[in-house]
Design a protein around this ligand. Sequence first.
Ligand code: AMP
Length: 384
Amino acid sequence: MSERKQPVLGVLGGGQLARMLALAAAPLGVKTLVVDSAADACAGQVAPLVVANWTDYAALEKFAAQVDVVTFDFENVPAETARWLAERVAVFPAPHALAVAQDRLDEKTLFRECGLPTPDFMTVDTREQLDQALAAVGAPAILKTRRLGYDGKGQFRLHEVADADAAWAALGAQASAHGLILEAFVPFERELSVIAVRGRDGEFRTWPLTRNWHVDGVLSMSLAPAPDIDVLQGRATELARILAERLGYVGVFALELFVKDGQLLGNEMAPRVHNSGHWTIEGACTSQFENHVRAVLGMPLGDTSARGQSAMLNWIGELPDPVGVLGAADAHWHDYGKQSRPGRKVGHATVCAAEPAVLADRLDTLAVTLARQAQVRPTIDALS
Ligand code: AMP
């Protein structure tokens, strides 16, 4: 008998997404090798870790020789590193798709070309252009760095035109390196995301739409399938498919959307598994992590149907006492194995139920146990 060769998934970035990818890869018989510049990167607790930075080409050469495919836990890996690796090993999503999602201007331009409207915006490279953009877009507005922003980082909210000086003081220094964009503030009715996956052969699937609540630009809770979405599921799926095909995308991605006057507006695209898809681990037939592994390795994709109704609560900064979650019905605890730090995503919990009313009851009980009533209330209201 010939020796069995197990596929090896290479992941750039060793955070919780890489950790959950490795955990999903294992039952498929797939090994994982992670690269991160931090020796204590949390994925290193569940998979071998190469400690190297994105320009350590000697380490990356050895890494490329050990893996069958390379993917990302972190979208801000320099596009140059991704391209260099793609000359040596299969890289999914492809570097050009990663590059589009790294730049808010390219991303919004692509959305519009694909028929997805976006909030009004203008690029800003100088203090004078900020005034011009404010005159065109109006206030309130949000000034954002075009590149390297995530989880509300690299953003400044302008409540009125007079906030321009403060906004420039906060982000002006980044204008020359990364460019800025001024976006109209959208008084949206809801925030939704569609998590989608496209295989190497072009097979395309989406999970049911997720409704999201953010606090200070960081995801706080998700509810899936999003209730009362009518025709939006079909429209979001169609838009995600058009985007994926335009980019020749392979793997999982998230399309973040605002709903305003019942219409979808494109906010951003994450070229990777996404926090608003964590509920799929327990709440869907196949998780976003498993389908990403399947997609990038060219395996058939799994069923993306929801098993019932699920809600995901993010733990930011520090973990609550796990006992309240571990003892609750159909509740699932995820500790990422990270040190506590303000603003850091350190874990999450997902609560599932067959029926929305049962999920609302379970969330109500859990919110009291964990003293999280304020965080959980909007989700319970959305379920009733
Ligand atoms: P982003 O990093 O661009 O996804 O922004 C993080 C969060 O900030 C979003 O999920 C929204 O809750 C909020 N946000 C960002 N841009 C806008 C906008 N133009 N109008 C209203 N809220 C926004």
